[in-house]
Design a protein around this ligand. Structure first.
Ligand SMILES: NC(=O)C1=CN([C@@H]2O[C@H](COP(=O)(O)OP(=O)(O)OC[C@H]3O[C@@H](n4cnc5c(N)ncnc54)[C@H](O)[C@@H]3O)[C@@H](O)[C@H]2O)C=CC1
Ligand SMILES: CC(=O)C(=O)O
Ligand SMILES: [Mg+2]
Length: 618
């Protein structure tokens, strides 16, 4: 008996799988088209369902037998291509497109049509495609979201403040069951571009694409969420095409009441899902992290992810600089969620390295829009800045970055203020005069917000800079040796995939400070001898899946040490019990660590076409 055909979304709802296993799909598609003996050709509507399902579509790679069984013949070109050949076509097409935003929309469409092909392209051409789906082009895509939005394309979930009474129902509308992870923003500080309201949706989408490509999260188990709490962006408030609520953002009590409602609805529906907070304005970023981190599986990427990635680069830069750790003096240009998040992470590391807390704290000078952050400069400091405010300035205030550099004579300059070009040639020269190998990290995103380019940093330090930027810069010739040097990319994308994967795999109760710190140490130690010889601060981006697996493994080890892991397979490897801490001896057992690494890699999703549904039809 032929049963009713399933629509593409209905087929996709059958994808509650991990790794690359899709057993239920085989059964359902088989039952659906009533061809269990494999002899009967299915009606063409089943072919359309296969083509319309972004998870099942193989396009020109559908094998002959599948084309016959599912009525696909004639609906796709006759040629049968390998996935690699399909990738080649995509890259040729991508190269033929001139406009960055058109490249973005082309890739968005590809992802909505064929998930496997999109991720195979992303993984195989990571350095080419990441800057399109992530910083910098995603910034432009967010700014143009109202124009490029495709009706009918469901890429994430919008939760509006008007729906505060029906949040569980809205979550229930998400067409895929059981997400492992969501990235959630309220669009209030998108990259360094300010308040973009619901246009910020591109950020959770882009971050989750990297979770999938870089760590092997399953695409059907990721959930981008954008909260629509209004916007304070005057341009959008007046824009008839703006797609969110045209009202100002609420005051804190309403904001947190809404966020509380969202978080508890999320936990009620998907208790094991990891929540990553992204691009919230600083006051809310710190307060929300503190509010939820103890009772929810969550972290803030801008504070903790950025903190960890910059710490990793800093550890390697310190090693190369020749200046001992305790002698470093670090100036931060920017004292928001990222600046303070990074300073806190660095300070935690200094303390772990044996430097006493007061000495460690005194190694930091933070500069914000009003100058050096001091206790006596006459304004009310936001609470997140007080931990690093200076009191040793003898009543003198330092207003400009140059003044601060002259006063402090730093070894390291970290830019996280979102002010493009703020590290001027004079600034860079001063750093080079003060240090044999100055550490200069212009980390603001997107590209136009970077405090300086790699080329400028190389030129004005005579090639002596230890450099990392938030958005990737092209390589550049050392002005003296003429050797071509690759810049480092200090972007949290090196951290969040592995941190997220490890914590979800181990089903940890929460994300602890030590888990975050470990990600930095593992990343710093992941350089190959060749990468070290090249004076790199970070591993090559092409190795990101390998790096994420190492980070995930080490996050799980910390979770076991802290008694936070609950996954039975993980516990089994270490003969451990949920809620009980595993001893150092057991955690250092090489065989167990290797078994854990195998478990991590076996759970990673890879973009490959599955023949499972087809075999059932033969
Ligand atoms: N590389 C990476 O992985 C990451 C980079 N970022 C980038 O960091 C930047 C800042 O992010 P948040 O800290 O979250 O933003 P934020 O808005 O919370 O903080 C910005 C800080 O810069 C200061 N500032 C603004 N104008 C200034 C000026 N003219 N002079 C000196 N200070 C000034 C502000 O007072 C504030 O302290 C953004 O561009 C963002 O894209 C953020 C997270 C990760
Ligand atoms: C990279 C990132 O998270 C940011 O610029 O906000
Ligand atoms: Mg961010």
């Amino acid at each position: 008996m032929r049963k009713a055909l399933l629509s593409a979304p209905a087929v996709e709802r059958l994808l509650p799988f991990r790794g690359n296993k899709i057993p239920n799909v085989r059964m359902q598609v088989q039952a659906t088209v009533g061809t269990a003996n494999g002899k009967t050709a299915a009606p063409s509507r089943s072919g359309l369902s296969m083509l319309a399902s972004k998870h099942l579509n193989q396009g020109t790679s559908f094998p002959a037998a599948t084309r016959t069984s599912f009525g696909l013949k004639g609906l796709v070109p006759p040629v049968q291509e390998t996935l690699d050949q399909q990738v080649e076509r995509v890259i040729s097409r991508l190269n033929s497109i001139q406009s960055p935003i058109e490249k973005y929309t082309y890739l968005t469409r590809l992802k909505s049509e064929n998930v496997v092909l999109f991720y195979r392209c992303l993984i195989d051409h990571l350095t080419q495609i990441t800057p399109i789906i992530y910083t910098p082009i995603v910034g432009e895509a967010c700014q143009k979201f109202s124009l490029i939005y495709t009706p009918g394309l469901v890429e994430g979930l919008f939760l509006s403040k008007d729906d505060v009474d029906v949040i569980p129902e809205v979550l229930g509308n998400w067409p895929y069951p059981q997400p492992d992870i969501c990235v959630i923003t309220d669009g209030s500080r998108i990259l360094g571009l300010g308040d973009l309201g619901v246009n910020g949706m591109g950020i959770p989408i882009g971050k989750l694409s990297l979770y999938i490509a870089a760590a092997g999260f399953n695409p059907s188990r990721t959930l981008p969420i954008t909260l629509d709490l209004g916007t304070n962006n005057e341009k959008y408030l007046k824009d008839p095409l703006y797609l969110g609520s045209r009202s100002k953002r609420p005051e804190d009590p309403e904001f947190f009441a809404y966020l509380d409602a969202v978080m508890s609805a999320i936990k009620a529906k998907w208790p094991k899902m990891l929540v990553q907070f992204e691009d919230f304005s600083s006051e809310h970023a710190f307060a929300a992290l503190e509010r939820y981190r103890h009772d929810y599986l969550c972290f803030n990427d801008d504070i903790q992810g950025t903190g960890a990635v910059v710490l990793a680069g800093f550890i390697n830069a310190v090693r190369l600089s020749g200046t001992p750790l305790h002698k470093h003096k670090i100036v931060f240009f920017g004292a928001g969620s990222a600046g303070v998040g990074v300073a806190s992470q660095l300070m935690e590391h200094l303390i772990k390295a044996g430097i006493d807390p007061q000495t460690a704290r005194d190694m930091f000078w933070l500069v914000d829009s009003k100058g050096l952050v001091t206790f006596d400069r006459g304004d009310k400091l936001a609470s997140h800045k007080t931990a690093f405010a200076r009191s040793d300035n003898n009543g003198k205030q330092y207003k400009t970055l140059e003044d601060v550099i002259d006063y402090v004579q730093p070894t390291s300059l970290i830019g996280l203020a979102g002010q493009g070009g703020a590290f001027k040639p004079e600034t860079l020269k001063k750093m080079a005069d003060l240090n044999k190998l100055p550490i200069i990290f212009p980390l603001s995103n997107p590209l136009t917000n970077a405090e300086c380019t790699f080329e400028q940093a190389m030129e004005h330090t005579n090639g002596r800079v230890l450099f990392a930027s938030g958005t990737a810069f092209p390589s550049c010739q050392d002005p003296l040796t003429k050797i071509v040097v690759e810049p480092g990319q200090g972007n949290n994308m090196y951290i969040f995939p592995g941190l997220g994967f490890g914590s979800v795999l181990a089903a940890t109760e929460r994300i602890s400070d030590d888990m975050v710190h470990q990600t930095a140490v593992t990343l710093a130690e992941s350089l190959t001898p060749e990468e070290m010889a090249d004076r790199r601060l970070y591993p090559r981006l092409e190795r990101i899946r390998e790096i994420s697996a190492l980070i995930a493994r080490d996050v799980v080890l910390v979770a076991l040490r802290e008694g936070l892991a609950r996954d039975p397979d993980v516990l089994n490897i270490f003969d451990a019990t949920a809620g009980q801490s595993v001893s150092k001896d057991v955690l250092e057992n090489n065989d167990k660590a290797a078994a854990l690494h195998d478990l991590v890699t076996s759970r990673m999703w890879s973009p490959e076409y599955s023949s499972a549904p087809v075999k059932a039809m033969m």
